[in-house]
Design a protein around this ligand. Structure first.
Ligand code: GDP
Ligand code: IMO
Ligand code: MG
Length: 428
């Protein structure tokens, strides 16, 4: 299948887990390259549902290697819990097939406490609605060059010294500024060391693992988390996550050259959702939005929060195309649109008295656009059993064709349900 990046084109939860699991059949190694356990990737196999937060969504296929790259932030306790849950379901999670880059940064207890304290102290208008998993504070420490890396878990003396240095600053914030409890070096060290021995056997040189796979003629898939419009640089800043979610980071976040990437698959949900705060031009706070929310079971896979829902936004998609260069689109949750008389697609925005076809770049500019819609006929048919392009109703095919026109990218996978076999391949 060559080397493929799978990434989200909207605000996350596009169905990356399902598509990565599906495409894993055709590759040998799956690498997560950014984000952490803010992600929730759902894979449904028969009547068993798996929600993966840290471990690549290829793990359910025996024999495939799963790697956590240097660009990921890793909560060691969450990693251990996820390993235990999978082991309980008879999934092989041995260090021989599940490896963590020694360069990945570790989410520490003070990162989580700071994430939550900061959100609590923000005004309602400025709250980001983070997942509270310590993602932002961990990436901050990485950039400040005071972070703790996975390799440090095997070096208790170094770990302790780094915790001591970090707490000088963190306690000034946690206790001094936010009025919380100061943390002691002993408590933090003990909490991390309680799980470290279970993480250390998984530490590896991820770049070397990928090189070895290529030397053996194998194919590698790079699994993105979140979505393009949550990207720290290109998303709806400051209502974003703290990593680069775009396809380019697949290389830097796993330690390989960008010239090795052959195919980039943008996952596009057939409508739009967003969890947490921030501008969302096509949000529908009405019956249509409720319909999508209920029919699509749109609840966050990590925090359980209700997802905000709205129409497909082609401006958002075009921006995702320029930023990621997808060779293919995998269109998901098309079945959720069945039963709607008419569908709206946003094709442009009204902004500052004119019309724009790309997202504005001023801070919070997206909060001040007015969507310009075109209307397409809906369909009543239940399409969850469709397995071929020809069996899809004509209005469904027209909707897909319009997405291809508006984005300039071929829709080569169409997903009509959460199960593996509820997928139509168009020459994939
Ligand atoms: P991810 O974060 O991008 O992996 O997406 P999530 O797992 O957070 O959310 C996607 C949800 O939609 C999950 O519950 C999936 O099982 C489900 N899903 C994926 N594809 C389809 C589809 O084509 N139709 C329906 N009805 N559900 C889908
Ligand atoms: P997957 O990989 C949807 C959102 C949060 C919040 C913002 C910042 O499942 O698509 P953070 O905790 O990252 O600092 O929160 O980003 N967010 C996601 N929304 N899907 C995700 O992941 C998300 N990960 C973070 O809701 O608005
Ligand atoms: Mg998700």
């Amino acid at each position: 299948m060559s080397n493929v990046v799978v990434m989200g084109a909207q605000w996350g939860d596009e169905g990356k887990g399902k598509i990565v699991d599906l495409l894993t059949r055709k590759c040998d190694v799956i690498v997560r390259f950014q984000g952490g356990n803010n992600a929730g990737h759902t894979v449904l196999v028969g009547d068993k549902q798996y929600i993966l937060h840290l471990i690549p969504s290829g793990i359910l296929h025996p024999g495939k290697k799963c790697l956590i790259g240097n660009g990921v932030v890793l909560d060691p306790a969450v990693f251990c819990r996820e390993v235990e849950t999978l082991r309980g379901k008879d999934v092989d999670v041995s260090p021989a097939r599940l490896m963590i880059s020694r360069k990945a940064h570790v989410i520490m207890p003070y990162h989580k406490a700071l994430d939550v304290a900061r959100e609590c102290h923000k005004t309602n208008e400025s709250k980001i609605g983070t997942t509270g998993r310590g993602i932002g504070p961990c990436y901050e420490d990485k950039m400040s060059r005071i972070g703790i890396r996975a390799a440090d878990l095997a070096m208790p003396e170094l770990l302790r010294a780094k915790i001591e240095a970090a707490l000088l600053e963190k306690n000034a914030l946690l206790a001094g500024l936010y009025g919380g409890e100061a943390m002691t070096v002993d408590a933090v060290f003990d909490e991390v060391m309680a799980v470290a021995p279970r993480v250390v056997p998984h530490l590896a040189d991820v770049t070397a693992e990928i090189e070895a796979a290529w030397a053996a003629g194998q194919h590698v898939m790079f699994e993105g988390a979140q979505g393009t419009h949550l990207d720290i640089d290109h998303g709806t800043y400051p209502f974003v996550t703290s990593s680069n979610t775009v396809s380019g980071n697949a290389a830097a976040g796993s330690g390989i050259a960008p010239t090795r990437l052959d195919r980039i698959v943008a996952i596009v949900k057939a409508y739009t959702t967003r969890v947490g705060a921030g501008p969302f031009p096509t949000e529908q706070l009405n019956e249509a939005g409720d319909y999508l929310q209920q029919k699509g079971h749109e609840f966050g896979a990590t925090t359980g929060r209700k997802r905000r829902c709205g129409w497909l936004d082609a401006v958002v998609l075009r921006e995702a195309v320029r930023l990621n260069g997808p060779t293919d689109i995998a269109l998901t949750k098309l079945d959720v649109l069945s039963g709607l008389k008419e569908l709206q697609i946003c094709t442009a925005y009204g902004y500052q008295g004119g019309t724009i076809t790309v997202a504005p770049q001023e801070q919070n500019g997206m909060a001040h656009v007015t969507p310009v819609y075109e209307t397409m006929p809906g369909w009543d048919d239940d399409i969850t059993g469709c397995t071929t392009w020809e069996s899809l109703p004509a209005p469904t095919r027209a909707y897909i064709a319009r997405i291809e026109e508006l984005t300039g990218v071929r829709v080569s996978l169409v997903s009509v349900g959460p199960e593996r076999d509820q997928t139509i391949s168009r020459g994939w």
